[in-house]
Write a protein that binds this ligand. Sequence first.
Ligand code: F42
Length: 144
Amino acid sequence: MPEYIPSPAKWVADQVELYERTNGAEGTTLRDTGMPVIIVTNRGRKTGAIRKTPLMRVADGDNYVLVASKGGAPAHPVWYHNLLADPNVQIRDRERVMDMRVREVSDAGERARLWGLAVAAYPPYADYQERTDRTIPVFIAEPV
Ligand code: F42
């Protein structure tokens, strides 16, 4: 069984720990914003290790929209490359853990619709996109 390597960012690793330990009863929002968070379990593309990445919860029916914003940083988050290498993930949404498959959204119309859902769920995404000239990647995660 591959090992789980926690995020080097303590606040992130701590949120994952609290979220999972309480089976989604606690740690389910972005700090005190009240905005819901999911956890995407993905496979490290170099280490093969289990990585757990909290993201804002953006639902599209039974699907989830995953936004590789990283606060508008100049480079994509590392998990972006993990998802491209292995699209099979698990998503925890509070007490529910679901096997999902992700694909990066490239169709302009689909991306515009999903970006609209993302910004509605978490308005700072719009500021993040302003902050960087990279196009923030969007994935759709669909139940397998
Ligand atoms: N990040 C977002 O991009 N979008 C969000 O909506 C979002 C919401 C959110 C809510 C709560 C919370 O606690 C965090 C949130 N984050 C959000 C932050 C998110 O969880 C990630 O921390 C952030 O996006 C950065 O992702 P990252 O994958 O770049 O993380 C870095 C810091 C990291 O973990 N680096 C590891 C390291 O050791 O430096 C390596 C991780 C890794 O996957 N390594 C791969 C492997 O093989 O194991 C190798 C990958 C490679 O190609 O090098």
